[in-house]
Write a protein of this length. Sequence first.
Lengths: 569, 199
Amino acid sequence: MSNDSHHEENFLQKYIFSVDHKVIGLQYGITSLLFLFFGFCLMMVMRWQLAYPETSVPIVGWLLGESDILMPEIYNMLGAMHGTIMIFLGVVPLAVGAFGNYIVPLQIGAPDMAFPKLNAASYWSYFIGGVIMLASFFMPEGAARSGWTSYPPLSIFETGQTTWLIGMVFLITSSLLGSMNIIVTIVQLRAPGLSWFRLPFFVWAQFVTAFLLVLAFPPLEAAAVLQLMDRVAHTSFFLPSGLVYSGATVDVYGSGSPLLWQHLFWFLAHPEVYVLILPAMGIVGDVIANNTRKPLWGYKSLVYASVFLGFMSFIVWAHHMFLTGMGQAMSAFFQTTTMIISIPSVVILTAFFISLWGASIRFTTPMLFALAFLPMFGIGGLTGLPLGVGASDIHLHDTYYVIGHFHYVVAPGTIFALFAGIYYWFPKITGRKMSEALGKLHFWPSLIFMNGVFMPMFIQGLAGVSRRLYDGGQLYAHAQDVLQWNEFMSISAFCLAAAQIPFIINVFVSMFNGEKVDRNPWGATTVEWSAPSPPVPHANFEGDVEVYRGPYEYSVPGADKDFSPQTEK
Amino acid sequence: MQIPYIVEERPDTGLNNSKLGIWVFLASEIMLFGGLFSAYVFLRMAAPVGDFAYWGSKLSIPMATFNTIVLISSSVTVIMSWASLKMKDFEKYKMYMGLTLLCAFLFLVVKYFEYTGKFHHGIYPSSSTFMGIYFTLTGLHMLHIIGGMIVMGYFWLPFGNKMWQSDPERFTNRIEVAGLYWHFVDLVWIFLFPILYLL
């Protein structure tokens, strides 16, 4: 709890066990960026294997055990952990933990989150979960290798899964605590005058996201408990009667169902997709309005669309399960809801595109990333439609097409938006601007190589190449015509890694030597820009905040400047 | 700077932060147990006919009925402890909260005898799907009981109830919020009792 009186905080209180939402937001941000980098490295090792099968892995080969060739068991481990780390330890903590924590209280004019200690508990729970996941690589049985989806029966028999499940319990707890906090903060701590339809779109996006996390994660926790029981107490919730494994009938009671896991898992994991994308859309909305110097087009439609999106995301989960034989009626229902859920996504994207119409756009680095988000997310979204229809999904299911589809949504989609957010709010956090030249050197190669990595996946997937193959499909006749793309994709991935170097340099150089700026360098309207940069510890604003107008009043006719901040009368 | 609406209610929402927080938390708890109850339904449908009923008949209905009464009584006493604080009667609060903790403890003792009775007969979670879901559901419920006991025990003991001297209104709110959680734990049992013991 913060006090009005100033008391000296020592290093541990100030930077490590702080309850200030800004410090916790930064802790989340730094940890999740490191995890993103680590998850990317795992993928690069896999990409080496796919491009140059069974050859020595350069640089990190000595880490792979006795030989420096990537063995199938390790390949599966890297695959499972790449997914787990990118989603649960990288993108969600960055989008919700870091941006939600740092920006939401500032945008609603609050001194902190509603429950500061709970907020710290959320970060530390996340940290412990991350340590458990990392430690699993060094345990005798190794990390999980049943894919990030952990489908039984495989996940019941494979080694490493118990550690994964325990790590997940910590990560789920963390996101429950964090998202509860965000909901209460937004409902209770809005500054006077900041009514619901004066909230920036980013806050709305975080609000819907927090509800998804609160309501969708617990069923996965239930499923994790059941899977833990199957592994540790030898129950058979997910194991059918008469199951044969390694040539012998499995000695369990039976009568369980692997499908039950899939239902519980996807009940979380589909809303999770919108957890990944909604905060990104929120960032893009704010950045676009700021750099087009125009109000965001269709603000209310955006809000209604994101609320509807959140609601619908709970009833589309079984479109991941068309091939399980769950029946025509079920498939028909979930195809219909899947087609319906694409409507609000299109509404949001269309509103962003129309916002660009007739604007004199400032091509700043955050704006470039936000602009790239639009077509990249568009490709990701549209390629999802054939997967949402049962008939075409039969051909495409579990191929590289699926990988291409969701990576377009998350990598050049969400992660680009998160980069936009980092460049956009960096001056607020440090009081200095990031270098535009290095920013552009980061953006253009990233855009090109992202497409270099993921576009050929559609080609391979349409040819029918399965995902999760250790050799990338070398043994299959139908894969022969498209295998040459593997090398192209892998080289693109390595170049993509190189393209992140300007970003890393930019962060460190700008932190100490960047151009010093005042509190509102972008000429923005939302409340956070009326706080000092960086905001006051444990208070954010120097005085009381009051809000007089909507979030995006740019270029108001008759105003003396082209932006009218929410906090100015 | 002080965080607003910790004790007093925000006029336009009519809630203080903690009360909204606990309701959101309970919503997630409903989803947790909802997921497990759905799993129960799914597994019961997948099991051979009569399998769940056969294994269910091995459970002791008298013990569970006793536990149901114990838990419902504890819900009454937790309300009484909160009402006592509202009427500024701290001694009565101590008594009713003590009774609540006693009920919770009694519940665990009965559950202990139920569990060990099963183990003595060689019945474990792996014995059947029904027993698996029985031990999982009741085990998770017991963890919730223990969690509630830790929180309420803290508010009952002298170092936890110091706030009554410094900020009585906030302390009363804490008891109310803990009570809401306790009612939820009680409610889960009200569902567990019929689906595990009676059906």
